[in-house]
Design a protein around this ligand. Structure first.
Ligand code: M6R
Length: 603
């Protein structure tokens, strides 16, 4: 979950590394550190806090041409100065992203207990590498790789090898960008885009050696190997916040455009085609179930996807939390299609779950935002969302783009299975293509919704209630509110209230109700009355045509009319906006909520 960057070249390494670390901060931001090779010695600077804190404390440091940096999300060892990376042990200085699972065994085996200075698994790797190092970095790294278990990416300096970096990895990513006499490597593509649009993914079971003159990749038998150069699709200016105070607001506002792009490029002659994705939709004809696996927001998108597959393609669909899937009994139908959904494509639980079913011989499809991410390299097929870089930790545009792809897949599956005919699919696509405009109208009114959030600022708890698709939308809304406002927000299926949760309703408790489904208005209206009768202060988000039937004197946000199946796209935008303004008014750093990281690479 940490971010790593390394640089060797003729330019000022400290500026490049600090700028790059700022772009990687969304991966973790509890402490930060950098190391520069000064020829005779390695200079290490670190602090608890954010990159900006380190930058301020550094002042004017000399210009170096080789160095690396690390922004941490603590796993092993508390957030402290000494646990911040880089780790310095003997001849070795390193940064690490991932987890060394057998670090305790290694401490025992190599008798390290009394010589370690930190409580980090990463320092154990540094100590071991130093132990193995006898002047030959490759054989030392090889021995280390054989000893450590877990997931990792490492960038390493040896103090007696100036101006050179070494890197290797397992699961956790490292991408590398090379220009004449200049190399930049990082945990993801964002910082690389500052230098070039060409890069390669560091293969597993290889060791990268870089200095100013040479970038060489070796396999573990010391043979030089080639890497496949790829092109970065995203432009450097997409990583810019522009005039928005936070990336989250920018990303909310970008949604109509991203959803449109995700849908429109897959419409050919009025029907859905995944040819451009190298995915032959006739596969959808053969399947007898869909198994969706994901975490967090991507899991919530999967729940809506299930509703669409079951309604429009009549195909049994299960949705599993990736972290739970691993422990669940494996009873599948004869011909399931497994779909892994992930914005980052680096979520370790999703990767492991999809890897398992792939090894069992089942077909796997990824719905992923980040190109060439680890999950996309595992899946048989990948459909990329067109959300562009999502930087705020709270996912917004990735979710609505995931929905867009799931809807397309469900309709295409319905057509393949002859549940839908071409005319019906064409009319569903027409409705889908109306959504970006409806989302935009809603987003344009965001300042109005802001006024309604004032009621929530001083409450510790918030209930969100709804039925059917509304309940699924609220699950995502509650996650947004939790993660950026720190209010304990829980979504409940309204019908379940009387089975327990209503016991928690007390005077003035805020409740948010979502009503967008025509056939649920009467029941939902009663549920709202039940909570109000117990003192709840209810705000209702309601589809325009249902307003007369609500018939209660109550605060409302009105959603423009559209077909029930599609309202999720608009409803969730309102919930994102409400969460955003509550967090802003509480004075929080919306883009970097406490304890969280954008990319979750630990189980
Ligand atoms: O990159 P992924 O979509 O696999 O990430 C899954 C979750 O970690 C992610 O959706 C998380 O829940 C977000 N912070 C929610 O806003």
């Amino acid at each position: 979950m940490c971010g790593i960057i390394g640089y060797v070249g003729n330019n000022n390494a400290s500026k490049i590394i600090l700028d790059g670390l700022k772009m990687l901060q969304y991966r973790g931001y509890d402490s930060v550190g950098v190391a520069f090779h000064g020829g005779q010695n390695v200079n290490i600077y670190k602090c608890v806090g954010k990159v900006e804190d380190l930058e301020n404390s550094l002042g004017n440091i000399p210009s170096f041409t080789c160095g690396f940096g690390h922004t941490r999300w603590a796993t092993h060892g508390s957030v402290s100065y000494k646990n911040a990376h880089p780790h310095d042990f003997g001849n070795v200085v390193l940064v690490h992203n991932g987890i060394i699972e057998n670090y305790k065994d290694l401490i025992e085996e190599f008798n390290l207990k009394d010589i370690l200075k930190t409580t980090c698994d990463s320092e154990v790797a540094a100590a071991l590498l130093n132990y193995y190092y006898d002047g030959n970095p490759f054989s030392a790294i090889n021995k280390l790789i054989k000893k450590i278990e877990g997931t990792y990416s490492f960038v390493i300096m040896f103090k007696d090898i100036p101006d050179s970096l070494f890197a290797f990895r397992k699961v956790s990513p490292i991408v590398v960008c090379k220009k004449e006499r200049e190399v930049l490597l990082a945990s993801d593509l964002m910082p690389l885009s500052l230098m070039s649009d060409r890069y390669f993914v560091l293969p597993e079971e290889s060791i990268l050696f870089v200095n100013k003159n040479k970038t060489t990749l070796y396999d573990l038998n010391n043979n030089v190997i080639e890497s496949e150069l790829k092109t970065i699709d995203w432009k450097a200016d997409q990583f810019d916040k522009k005039d928005f105070p936070f990336f989250m607001e920018k990303e909310i506002v970008e949604q109509p455009d991203c959803v449109y792009k995700t849908i429109n490029k897959r419409i050919v002659d009025g029907l859905i085609s995944f040819n451009g994705d190298n995915f032959d939709e006739s596969i959808l004809k053969e399947i007898d179930s869909v198994e969706i696996i994901a975490c967090g927001t991507s899991y919530h998108a999967g729940l809506v996807g299930k509703a669409m597959f079951e309604k429009h393609a009549l195909v049994k669909t299960n949705v599993s939390l990736a972290s739970e899937f691993i422990y669940a009994p494996k009873v599948f139908s004869k011909k399931p299609l497994f779909i892994g959904i992930s914005q980052s494509g680096e979520t370790i639980d999703t990767i492991e779950a999809i890897e398992r079913v792939k090894n069992l011989g089942y077909p796997t499809l990824g719905i992923i935002n980040v190109k060439d991410s680890s999950l996309s390299r595992i899946c048989d097929y990948t459909l990329y969302t067109d959300a562009g870089p999502e930087i705020a930790v709270a996912s917004t545009k990735a979710y609505t783009c995931q929905l867009a792809l799931l809807y397309l897949l469900a309709f295409s599956c319905g057509l393949q299975r002859k549940v839908l005919d071409e005319n019906k699919v064409r009319s569903l696509i027409d409705e889908l293509l109306k959504l970006p405009e409806l989302m935009k109208q809603t987003i344009d009114k965001r300042n109005e919704y802001h006024l309604l959030t004032k009621n929530y600022l001083n409450h510790k708890d918030l209930f969100l209630i709804g039925r059917g698709l509304d309940y699924l939308t609220l699950l995502e809304g509650a996650l947004k509110i939790k993660e950026i406002t720190y209010i304990h927000a829980e979504a409940y299926a309204s019908g379940e209230l009387k089975h327990g949760p209503i016991a928690l309703i007390e005077n003035s408790m805020p409740v948010l109700a979502l009503i967008t489904q025509d056939d649920l208005i009467l029941k939902e209206s009663s549920n709202i009355k039940e909570t109000r009768a117990r003192g709840a202060k209810v705000l209702v988000i309601i589809k325009e045509n249902l307003l007369p039937q609500l018939n209660q004197n109550i605060d409302t946000i009105v959603i423009p009319n559209c077909i029930d199946d599609f309202v999720v796209f608009v409803g969730v935008v309102i919930l994102q906006i409400l969460a955003y303004y509550i967090a802003i008014d509480k004075g929080y750093d919306v883009d970097k909520p406490r304890n969280l990281a954008k990319v979750v690479t630990v189980e």
